[in-house]
Design a protein. Sequence first.
Lengths: 114, 114
Amino acid sequence: ETGVTQTPRHLVMGMTNKKSLKCEQHLGHNAMYWYKQSAKKPLELMFVYNFKEQTENNSVPSRFSPECPNSSHLFLHLHTLQPEDSALYLCASSQVEVAADTQYFGPGTRLTVL
Amino acid sequence: AQTVTQSQPEMSVQEAETVTLSCTYDTSESDYYLFWYKQPPSRQMILVIRQEAYKQQNATENRFSVNFQKAAKSFSLKISDSQLGDAAMYFCAYRIGSNYQLIWGAGTKLIIKP
């Protein structure tokens, strides 16, 4: 595996379910990100982890819970979601010491909340 | 407010022709970085080109070049010799200094006509 991988690629869940999204980066980066992408809207940054420590939390509802056990893995735990949470969830990683560091993205998880 | 505006929701161009995608941004900072990302229908977001704000010379990557007008806060992307594989959503973004957060535009859908 190379780059940034995400599983599952598609997820359908009810509002009472609990599920988790997984992201893994194989680039040796030290920062990882969760984004929400909705149609015709700018990407919304949800969480940032730098060296496994959460450094940004952009007022995300508590029904989204991130976990970063090490610098290569990132999870997004989901519970009691709402239909408006349906979107494409993108994971990204970068090397923060690099000036103008580029974020490398995974293919995303298409989430549908019924 | 930190914003990015992509005024063209959709653009189309004939194969082998040149197309320019517009982007304007708003920041009071002097140290920042600008990016164009491409998201093909497969959804993997990839970097197209980036520009450091302190550099006056416009960045170029093969068929892709930018027109960076710092005073006007404009950062347009020119694609020369358009190819079918260039069809995608194109997102403009910027990052301030060492801040992790990218500020994104809503994207421009580029259609390539054969």
